[in-house]
Design a protein around this ligand. Structure first.
Ligand SMILES: Nc1ncnc2c1ncn2[C@@H]1O[C@H](COP(=O)(O)OP(=O)(O)O)[C@@H](O)[C@H]1O
Ligand SMILES: [Mg+2]
Length: 270
């Protein structure tokens, strides 16, 4: 797979403080990369730089090998899904999605039928004439995803899209995001502070803290080979705690005490 996006030695200084400290990473075409780290570590700052809302103090961004660091947001062809949906509350679901199609001006066919088809793909056909505030948080987030897909971006960025949702809705939406990625083959960058979310969704995870990258790897690589104390504490210990409390709740043996044959299986599908 070709590199879709390359980030080179990105530095961001706010008030004389280095919030991003020469970070470099790349994302392949069609890949799902999550950026996992505690609150305040610099995740949203990376995303704002990628999408063109913020000029970095130094460093470069390449898309398909081309330097886009100085490109305005409108020329980057990236879509974003925020935590708070950012929908037009006075417009119906259909109008919200169709508006995005008109806005881009790229789509030549019937914007109405394309919008309807996207809404169907996120499972909201029966709500197509409703205003967003009539919908649940999970449904509103699906409208926001349909709207982003409508713009046909090369890269879709998510900034903690599930943080306002309850646990059950998160699970549903997680599956849906995975499905959408399979269907649209989009390159996706997904920001989260939730270990479980990143491990269940991603091809690769970039673990960061305080403006530096601690490890970039596939979920199984990170579990088998955590790069240091931060990854062990923030990622592995956290997942282990969740597994243990789930096991306790279900009254089953915890992984440490599982039989040798069980140990060869991947731990709970992670
Ligand atoms: N516009 C800004 N001006 C000053 N400091 C900022 C600004 N944006 C973010 N920061 C600081 O940069 C750090 C990283 O913020 P952010 O990227 O939002 O973290 P995250 O998304 O991982 O929670 C935080 O300490 C935050 O207070
Ligand atoms: Mg953030």
């Amino acid at each position: 797979m070709a590199e879709k996006l390359e980030v080179k030695e990105l530095v961001q200084v706010f008030n004389n403080q280095e919030v991003l400290r020469r970070i470099s990473f790349s994302v392949k075409e069609g890949e799902f990369l999550s950026i996992l780290g505690p609150s305040g570590c610099g995740k949203t700052t990376i995303l704002r730089i990628l999408i063109g809302l913020l000029q970095p103090s130094s460093g470069r961004i390449l898309k398909d090998g081309r330097d886009i660091t100085k490109f305005p947001a409108s020329r980057r062809n990236m879509g974003i899904v925020f935590q708070n949906y950012a929908l037009f509350q006075n417009m119906t679901v259909l109008d919200n999605v169709e508006y995005a199609l008109k806005f881009t001006g790229e789509f030549k066919g019937s914007s109405r039928s394309r919008a309807e088809s996207l809404i169907e793909q996120v499972g909201l056909t029966e709500h197509i004439r409703k205003k967003p505030y009539k919908l649940s948080g999970g449904q509103q987030q699906r409208v926001a995803i349909a709207r982003t897909l409508a713009m046909n971006p090369e890269i879709i960025l998510f900034d903690e899209p599930m943080s306002a949702l309850d646990a059950a809705t998160r699970l549903l939406l997680r599956d849906e995001i995975k499905e959408i990625q399979k269907k649209f083959h989009s390159t996706m960058i997904y920001i989260t502070h939730d270990q479980e979310e990143s491990f269940s969704l991603s091809d690769r995870i970039m673990v960061m803290d305080r403006g530096i990258i601690h490890q970039i790897g596939a979920p199984e690589e990170i579990i088998k080979n955590p790069a240091g104390d931060f990854v062990r504490d923030f990622v592995i210990a956290n997942l282990q705690r969740k597994i243990n409390s789930l096991a306790k709740y279900m009254g089953i043996t915890t992984p440490e005490r599982a039989s040798a044959s069980d140990r060869e299986k991947p731990a709970y599908g992670l």
